[in-house]
Design a protein around this ligand. Structure first.
Ligand code: MN
Ligand code: MN
Length: 467
């Protein structure tokens, strides 16, 4: 026989916030999450850099009936279009019954991730080794990028205008590259330095060769010459072609399940393919919505969202203007009535580094999709602090649809901070809030997320589009 609840217990139930978590999910939901993440792992492995993410997203969209956007065409509810920005960002829209007359529903995530870019003149020879000079991209703890296998991705535009697409190191029979580190035996000086000085940006030199060009008549930079001759054979390029190239080194790790229970995924670039993929899948899966739904996958978030492929460019704004024109409304009116989920990760509480967090306001692995009302640093600088009204709407949407969610601040007050694209969307006069997936080891070469959290992000974007 069940014990009767005391008056205090009943009052507590009525007034106090209940703790939720993975224990409230059914076996079916957990298994749906596991299945969803199989697709995610494939996407993650195929999209280490933004150009590749755009190619994969576009392919997936075309398979689901999306066609290239034509500003002159007259779209009907249910039509699906995509619009690529310079190969590095992509917008996918599903036209709603009411078009953008009452605004659009936006889900915006970034597809660039921290990595190591080549400098314009990268290749040099030192002590019979060939190396690349690099300039890191985004917030890195540099020591994490030493002594791990790296692959090379990007494009080289040659003097005649032809483009060589480079992807070296992903096939099992391909070689890869590496930043060397100093052996512990000789690191007594290095290990006593602060982390920022023990390994600097200029130390991120990548080893790319060690054999001299064979049968040479002289001995001038023959290892470098040998590397260039291999690159010419494979890509038809010369050294000066590095001047018009975008080449990135990324970890060669493939996505792997983590834990005896396989509950998590380790991989490179979860930030922010882990939000891009659910937002992309929501656009592919939504049936004809009331308001036009747009998933926009953008570039350059990790370096401040600047440039014409970053969120500070007018690309998305003009896309919505084009859609508004068809509907006979002013573009600025369509934008001003739009609402947005800025899809970005937050730092999951890590018991090993507990002092970096404030436990009550942190997000946790397996507690669901995380809403960050604001990000920023030092007294809420540099952030869009979402209004209580919009927060209320999103919270009620998640509750109505039984989506496991949690609130999260980025770490302890005044310890550091970070930003997302939310503030640039807010500047367009759009109601926006950050919603995404908690990550362990964020910005490391191998980051970790929970499968159920990834799935809850997908469900959140889909219900936001449907609402
Ligand atoms: Mn991110
Ligand atoms: Mn990031």
């Amino acid at each position: 026989m069940a014990e009767e609840k005391t008056r205090t217990a009943l009052l507590r139930e009525e007034l106090m916030m209940e703790e939720k978590g993975i224990k409230t999910l059914s076996a079916e939901e957990i298994s749906a999450a596991d299945n969803f993440c199989e697709g995610y792992k494939i996407f993650l492995d195929a999209s280490p850099v933004e150009r590749e993410a755009v190619v994969v997203a576009r392919q997936m969209a075309e398979e689901r009936g999306f066609v290239a956007f034509d500003p002159q065409a007259n779209y009907q509810p249910g039509d699906k279009v995509y619009y690529v920005n310079r190969g590095k960002a992509i917008g996918l829209a599903v036209i709603g019954r009411n078009g953008v007359r009452n605004g659009a529903r936006l889900a915006i995530a970034h597809i660039d991730s921290p990595r190591i870019d080549l400098k314009p003149c990268p290749l040099y020879e030192a002590n019979d080794l060939a190396l690349f000079k690099t300039h890191y991209y985004g917030g890195l703890k540099k020591y994490q990028w030493t002594a791990i296998p790296l692959t090379l991705h990007g494009v080289v535009v040659k003097l005649d205008g032809t483009v060589a697409e480079i992807s070296w190191g992903d096939q099992p029979d391909e070689s890869c590259f590496c930043v060397t580190d100093l052996l512990p035996h000789l690191a007594q000086e290095q290990v006593t330095k602060p982390m920022s000085k023990a390994f600097t940006g200029e130390d991120l030199n990548v080893l790319v060769g060690s054999r001299p060009y064979p049968e040479a008549e002289d001995d001038k930079e023959l290892v470098k010459l040998n590397v260039m001759s291999i690159l010419r054979e494979k890509y038809g390029m010369t050294e000066s072609d590095f001047l018009s190239a975008e080449l990135c080194l990324v970890p060669s790790f493939k996505a792997k399940d983590i834990g005896f229970d396989r509950s998590m995924i380790g991989g490179y670039g979860h930030d922010d393919k882990v939000c891009s993929y659910p937002a992309l899948m929501a656009a592919l899966d939504v049936e004809t919505p009331e308001q036009t739904c747009i998933t926009y996958l953008t570039d350059k978030e990790e370096i401040g969202s600047d440039g014409n492929t970053g969120m500070q460019s007018d690309f998305l704004r003009y896309f919505i203007y084009d859609l508004a024109k068809q509907d006979g409304v002013e573009g600025y009116r369509a934008i001003s009535q739009s609402t947005c989920l800025s899809a970005d990760v937050n730092a999951a509480f890590d018991p090993t580094y507990a002092s970096a967090f404030e436990a009550k306001n942190s997000c946790y692995i397996n507690n669901g999709v995380v809403i960050s009302k604001y990000t920023g640093h030092g007294g809420k600088y540099d952030t869009s602090d979402a209004s209580a009204e919009f927060m209320g709407k999103v919270r009620s949407l998640l509750e109505r649809n039984n989506i496991l969610w949690q609130i999260g601040e980025l770490g302890r007050v005044d310890l550091g901070g970070g930003g997302t694209i939310a503030k640039y969307v807010a500047n367009m006069n759009v109601d926006v809030i950050d919603l995404g997936v908690p990550v362990l080891s964020m910005h490391a070469p191998f980051e970790i997320v929970s499968k159920t959290d990834v799935y809850m992000a997908y469900r959140a974007f889909l219900e936001f589009f449907r609402a």
